[in-house]
Design a protein around this ligand. Structure first.
Ligand code: 8ZB
Length: 482
């Protein structure tokens, strides 16, 4: 089948579905009609998109951790602890790395070794190996809505089992789970794989079951200019809407300058809604998610709580619908349930204290947001032009041309020409725009902001600034001063 941004027809979908469900034994337990009935039996308060919509209407920010362990009995205890002791409003199931690479045999071994050793030998929850029934045991044991979080380029089987298993939200996208995660995965292939995922979600929607979708906002999580992550979020939203998805949460990873971060969320919401309207998708509900600091974390737990609280404050002041919470064990690895719950409580404390304040309409945020909107439009207009109106084709062509270019991404399909660096206030600017289709005034804006830093630091604008900014985090700073 040729790549096109066109709704997959039923015959093509069902033919592909046969292969997908046959790719691991647990696929045979998935029955669409039965799964629709199961999803319809899930109580209202556990439908992910409903809880997001309610919070968004009330201007509240919900808190959600990442969490996943190998043994499903332990995974239930972990998630119950996070909602009881952590106060999580929304729950995850973070999938292990083997499953993300479709290496289910190794995930199986991980489960066996975890049983033998009594500890989790996987860095997440192996949904495909457990299958529909055990996933339903997990999702039914919890009070709050549960979302599948992962990083899977080919997530077709994972989607089937996740939704049949009672999860009501699903993260990822054909760009955001490929370019920042993989070296050799063809972008054309992963966009098509994720059109399958979104078509399946569309079919559940048409059967009366609403599943929330969440493109992965932070990308490589390292100095990503908001216009680039916003462009990817809008593209994945439009591709999903074409397949019938109706409930989407667009996301962004904290960069560190609070004005820019608030403006990023404001512009992301504005851009996503305006492009959906422009392309005729009038019935898609949009919410936003802010990811707490995705860069390196201090080992010292007190300092880690400082970073967590700073991200919580930014999420609240940006009026993000949801914030993804880090833990004081971030520098060490998979957190204990106690550390994970502590991160949640610290976050909720700050979110609650700031719930009556907002920075989204202050002039400096509006100005920054306008710049991000203009930059993102330059990129998206070029993407459509390269695709001669077809967004999927335009996306592949845009990466080939470096019109879409994600800093520090491992993928060989990524040009890697764009070089970000922080300005004197720590906002992420673009030192080398590579082939980004910016207007001259936008290029001048970035140059001026970096020259301001150069004057302050008495050194030329150079690649050294990029290196210093990457290393600054480990030293507890944002701007890498000489
Ligand atoms: C792109 C997401 C990276 C983040 O995802 C966290 N993460 C990964 N796996 C788990 C897990 N099994 N439990 C709790 N957090 C987890 C990492 O710490 C990192 O912050």
């Amino acid at each position: 089948m040729e790549l096109r941004n066109k709704r997959i027809d039923n015959d093509t979908f069902y033919k592909e579905r046969k292969e997908v469900l046959a790719s691991w034994p647990t696929g045979k337990d998935v029955n669409f009609e039965e799964a629709v009935e199961f999803q319809k039996s899930i109580p209202e308060e556990k439908i992910f998109g409903r809880k997001l919509a309610q919070a968004d209407a009330e201007g509240r920010t919900l808190i959600q951790p990442r969490a996943g362990v190998a043994l499903y009995t332990e995974h239930i205890k972990l998630l119950q602890f996070l909602e009881e002791e952590g106060g999580a409003d929304l729950l995850p199931s973070t999938v292990d790395s083997y499953t993300r690479l479709n290496r289910y045999h190794e995930a199986e071994n991980g489960i066996i070794k975890s049983k033998e050793s009594g500890r989790s030998m996987l860095n997440g929850f192996p949904i495909v190996n457990y299958g529909t029934k055990i996933c339903r045991t997990v999702t039914s044991a919890l009070k709050n809505p549960v979302q599948v979080r992962h990083g899977t380029p080919d997530a077709r089987l994972l989607t089937e089992i996740s939704i049949a298993g009672g999860f009501t939200s699903y993260e990822g996208g054909g760009i955001s789970y490929n370019i920042p995660y993989s070296k050799n995965f063809s972008l054309e292939k992963t966009i098509m794989y994720w059109q399958y995922t979104d078509r399946l979600v569309g079919m559940y929607e048409e059967a009366g079951v609403s599943i929330n979708r969440e493109p992965f906002g932070p990308l490589t999580g390292t100095l990503i200019p908001p216009c680039i992550s916003n462009a990817v979020a809008v593209i994945e939203t439009l591709l999903a809407a074409e397949q019938g998805v109706k409930d989407i949460t667009v996301g962004y990873g904290q960069c560190g300058n609070i004005i820019q971060d608030v403006a990023a969320i404001r512009s992301l919401r504005e851009l996503t809604n305006s492009y959906l309207k422009q392309y005729g998708y009038d019935d898609v509900r949009i919410t936003t998610v802010f990811h707490q600091w995705m860069g390196g974390f201090p080992q010292d737990e007190a300092k880690a709580f400082g970073v967590i609280s700073w991200g919580s404050a930014t999420a609240a002041l940006a009026k993000a619908t949801k914030v993804i919470v880090k833990t004081p064990h971030e520098a060490m690895g998979v957190p204990t349930k106690e550390a994970n719950a502590a991160g949640l409580r610290a976050t909720k404390q700050v979110i609650s204290m700031l719930r009556d304040q907002s920075l989204i309409d202050i002039p400096v945020v509006e100005q920054e947001s306008d710049v991000i909107v203009r930059e993102t439009k330059c990129i998206l207009d070029k993407v459509f032009e390269l695709g001669k109106g077809d967004l999927a084709l335009g996306t592949v062509a845009a990466f080939e041309a470096g019109v879409l270019d994600i800093p520090f991404a491992p993928s060989r399909y990524n040009a890697g020409k764009v070089l970000p660096a922080r300005d004197d206030n720590g906002a992420v600017r673009i030192l080398d725009t590579g082939n980004l289709p910016f207007t001259e005034d936008l290029k001048a804006f970035h140059r001026e902001r970096l020259e301001e830093r150069s004057r302050f630091e008495n050194r030329p604008v150079s690649f050294q600034m990029v290196i210093d900014d990457v290393y600054a985090i480990g030293k507890g700073f944002l701007v890498g001063r000489p």
